[in-house]
Design a protein around this ligand. Structure first.
Ligand code: SF4
Length: 340
């Protein structure tokens, strides 16, 4: 069956709704890609989907809520027919979901379909009243809090020029105070940037004041935007979790989740389009991708053709080979990431 495709990249068959993929945080999570590739307020050094090509701070209409809701409804129906459970519909694009000014409408309409809705955001726009109001309609929200030190923020998250750090942090505090759903946080640790004792304590104190249901500590395990990025050692990661616990935080490490996501999971619908949608957001090991395609009844030569055409790239990281959608090939030549 056909899938609703991102208009900008229709010829590349990149679906707006993809998966579901298995996530420890969300269960079977059907992903929603509601912004054009790499449209983000940040250019994090550890970003697993490559360099930010559409840096922006202003919200815009991208695909429209009609297209987003239609894509999700179609995917949910496909999953239902295949008896594939879906625990959450998650806004987790290869960019920042709150840049989409139709986000609120999409969340509301997807909730009306009976789905639990989650939003994973870098939290950089939580200072905006409209963003807080819209995101608050989701059942679960994950806020990124990598650091509370401005210099580290600039080095690690590399925000676009107009964002102010104190305003971003205040927006996060305010959202956490007002939000009535399931609030979680995610802190990505990068060796030498934010994994020192002082940094960990300051971040943990800030996160603790947000009173999240769970504070996730993650490390970059997939190919990062900058090749010099290193994960902290296991000992440092464990210590970070202890520091967070010392601030009364229910903490979980997301290190293991990577292996879980790479495991074989069924993907009802067109296997090649399904793989393309997933590797746009989550680079996968070649073996994980092979399992996925085989279990969905697809054939590997179709994936090879995508690799040959450059739409999917091989990326080596930490001794493993990953497949990642190539953002340069997800737009028509001569158009910006935002289509303007
Ligand atoms: S990690 Fe997330 S917030 Fe950072 S640049 Fe990538 S998409 Fe944007």
């Amino acid at each position: 069956m056909s899938q609703v495709l991102i208009p900008e990249v229709e010829e590349e068959r990149l679906p707006i709704a993809f998966g579901p993929v298995r996530s420890r945080r969300l269960g079977w999570s059907l992903g929603v890609n509601n912004v054009p590739p790499k449209t983000c307020t940040y250019a994090c050094v550890y970003c697993q989907v490559g360099a930010t090509t559409g840096a922006r701070r202003d919200r815009d209409a991208f695909f429209g809520s009609d297209a987003v809701v239609a894509a999700v409804a179609e995917r949910l129906a496909t999953c239902r027919r295949a008896a594939q459970p879906v625990d959450a519909v998650t806004f987790v694009p290869d960019g920042e979901p709150t840049l989409d000014r139709d986000l609120g409408d999409s969340i509301r309409r997807i909730a009306e379909l009976g789905a639990r809705v989650a939003v994973l955001t870098n939290a950089s726009l939580m200072w905006r009243d409209d963003v807080r109001d819209e995101v608050a309609a989701a059942d679960q929200v994950s806020l990124k809090v990598d650091t509370v030190d401005e210099t580290t923020w600039e080095r690690m998250n590399r925000p676009i020029g107009e964002l102010r750090f104190d305003t971003v942090l205040e927006g996060v505090r305010r959202f956490a105070r007002e939000y009535r759903g399931d609030l979680t946080t995610e802190t990505m640790l990068v060796a030498g940037l934010n994994d020192g004792e002082t940094s960990l304590r300051a971040t943990a104190a800030f996160v603790s004041a947000l009173d999240p249901l769970r504070a996730y500590v993650a490390v970059p395990t997939r190919p990062p935007a900058e090749p010099w990025v290193r994960s902290p050692t296991i000992e440092t990661t464990r210590h970070a979790a202890e520091v967070f616990r010392a601030f009364d935080l229910p903490v979980s490490c997301l290190v293991e989740e990577v292996a879980e996501r790479d495991g074989p999971f069924p993907t009802p619908g067109d296997p090649t389009a399904g793989l393309l949608g997933i590797v746009a957001v989550h680079p996968m090991t070649v073996s994980g991708a092979r399992d996925l395609v085989a279990r969905a009844g697809g054939d590997w030569p179709a994936v090879r053709a995508l690799i040959r055409s450059g739409r999917i790239a091989h990326v080596r990281h930490a001794g493993r080979t990953y497949l990642r959608a190539s953002s340069e090939h997800r737009r028509r030549p001569g158009r910006s990431a935002t289509g303007r």
